[in-house]
Design a protein around this ligand. Structure first.
Ligand code: 7O9
Length: 536
């Protein structure tokens, strides 16, 4: 920039200076877009290399505290991303919905939903094909695989009702930090009642005090014991827990935005307020993005130091991980690019480059919601997707469209069946496809979704839920892989909806492009200065 100013002062002819401005700004733009990708790739690589070097070079185990200190800059980066999520999703949806008319958001929404449903379903089918061809669970010795964590009781009907309850939060301010969850708790133990088997040896007879299926305490002798096992009784208990209720915020913001959009002149001040709010948040995001190379380096390195006995884990369930990764790779490199090319006529490689920062952040954070600010920025700035589309489609996509998760759940369920030597018939396969699709759509609405949705899929086909503990060991890694695919799927969805809705968008005034067109005899402040040099 300084060189250019010098040239101007030296009185170079205006033609030349115009050309050099263009070239300079082109070079500047290219470097800006690519520099970040280069920096991110380098930090990802360095994070892995240095992580392994330190882990094996120092020959010591890193405690939780060590890892906490080492990945501290990464935690700050993650916090910075999470910090903007609530204002970002609410203002982006309100401003996006308010800038579309009833006809347009109906059509855009319809296309987005169609895309989400088809791609998620394709992902599940792909997962089923891959896991039944590779058969990672056949011949695996279930008892030899180390287990980690514990499974939990889930009532499918309660989980579904929680989802609906979360969509209509009783307090919109509280929805920013708490969601409703019904949990299964052991039933109250009354005097004389025990939840676990207890033996009481009196003389030669063994008497056991136990809870029977209907919860009645009874004294049973040894012979009955062999035929009737004691049962743990659970009851549902609902309450609020600390977790942002995204679904509630999304539903509220969509309605609120649509209403503002239909209020005409009366709604203008609010509309301008939310547009400007969103604009300011996006500038904050551009700041945060430049810290991502450092953040990602520390997040990845911390994760590598934290890993314990990864060789053993890979030996035991390596084939299972390979199966999940094969499925995800086919979906990411073949299915989705093909869909992008057929329905949007866009070059998938260029597209991949444009959203690369978002994909790497998704891998490093294992959270598509924390990545959302970067996904928005990449699509708007690098790929020039219309803001009315990104702001409306992406937050919804991040909440309900999870191709990677759906594929993963289908593979995991069939893997567990294979490990137990159980055969899945056509009915079971159909049940798994449907529940895995629905579970991935509802995941964001259910607290502690990862485990809960997996239990729902397993319950639906009667597979042992305790066997979830077999695959938890490697979940931290597969979560990163599937999150990357989730973000890639959301990005491609936004591109397709944009290309397929150009007609509807053209009919509408674009508040982000030209203020005059949309102001109805009302002077609006200029909010259209996103491309000036003050932007970071
Ligand atoms: C994966 F975009 C937002 F901001 F609207 C948004 C905010 C929060 C969207 C979603 C959420 C959210 O809470 N999502 C959520 C997702 C919650 C629990 C589990 C999951 C599933 O996560 C994926 C997985 O485990 O497979 C994956 N980690 O895409 O983030």
């Amino acid at each position: 920039m300084a060189d250019y100013d010098d040239l101007q002062y030296q009185g170079i002819s205006s033609d030349n200076s115009k050309r050099s401005t263009r070239i300079l700004s082109g070079v500047k733009k290219f470097c800006k877009a690519n520099l970040l990708v280069i920096l991110l790739l380098t930090s990802l690589k360095l994070g892995i290399i240095i992580g392994f070097a330190v882990k094996f070079g120092s020959n010591r185990d890193f405690s939780k505290k060590d890892v906490e200190y080492i990945s501290f800059p990464g935690t700050l980066f993650l916090n910075a991303l999470k910090m903007v999520i609530v204002p970002l999703i609410t203002t982006s949806l309100i401003s996006g919905m308010a800038s579309l008319d009833k006809n347009a958001y109906g059509k855009l929404g319809g296309k987005a939903v169609l895309y989400y449903m088809t791609t998620t379903f394709i992902a599940v089918i792909l997962g089923i094909i891959v896991v039944t061809s590779i058969q990672p669970g056949r011949g695996a010795d279930k008892d030899a695989i180390q287990r980690e964590g514990s499974s939990q009781q889930v009532n499918t009907a309660d989980a579904f009702l929680d989802l609906l309850r979360n969509m209509v939060p009783p307090n919109i301010v509280a929805a920013c930090f708490e969601s409703y969850k019904t949990r299964q708790v052991p039933d109250e133990i009354e005097p004389g009642m025990v939840t676990e088997l207890m033996s009481n040896i009196t003389g030669a007879t063994v008497t056991m005090v136990m809870t029977t299926e209907d919860g009645i305490t009874s004294l049973v002798n040894e012979s009955v014991m062999t035929t009737k096992m004691p049962m743990m009784r659970y009851k549902s208990e609902g309450g609020f827990e600390d977790k942002t209720n995204v679904l509630g915020l999304v539903v509220f913001s969509c309605f609120f935005g649509a209403i503002i959009g239909r209020m005409g002149r009366q709604g203008e001040p609010l509309k301008i307020f939310f547009d400007t709010f969103m604009e300011a948040i996006m500038r904050l995001v551009s700041l945060i993005i430049w810290t991502s190379p450092v953040g990602i380096f520390f997040l990845i390195m911390g994760k590598i130091l934290e890993m314990d006995d990864w060789q053993k884990t890979f030996q035991q369930i390596g084939l299972y991980s390979a199966t999940v990764m094969t499925g995800l790779a086919i979906h990411a490199f073949i299915v989705l690019p093909l869909i992008l090319f057929i329905f949007a006529r866009k070059n998938p490689v260029r597209y991949l480059f444009g959203v690369a920062p978002a994909l790497m952040t998704a891998f490093a954070t294992a959270s598509s919601s924390a990545t959302l600010p970067i996904t928005l920025q990449c699509l708007e700035e690098n790929l020039n997707i219309d803001r009315r589309v990104t702001r409306f489609v992406l937050p919804i996509g991040a909440t309900v469209n999870m191709d990677g998760t759906a594929l993963y759940e289908a593979v995991a369920a069939i893997f567990i069946a294979q490990v137990n030597g159980l055969n899945m018939d056509a009915k079971d396969i159909v049940t798994i496809s449907i529940t895995a699709t629905l579970a991935s759509i509802g995941a964001a609405g259910v607290p502690q979704a990862g485990l809960v949705t997996m239990v729902i899929v397993l319950n639906a086909v009667g597979l042992p839920i305790d066997d979830i503990t077999l695959i938890i060991v490697i979940d931290w890694f597969l979560d990163r892989c599937r999150t990357t695919i989730n973000v890639w799927g959301d990005s491609i969805g936004a591109g397709i909806v944009y290309e397929r809705s150009k007609d509807e968008l053209q009919r509408l005034p674009d508040p982000f492009e030209d203020n005059d067109k949309f102001s109805i005899g009302y002077q609006t402040p200029n909010i259209n200065n996103t491309h000036d040099d003050t932007t970071l």
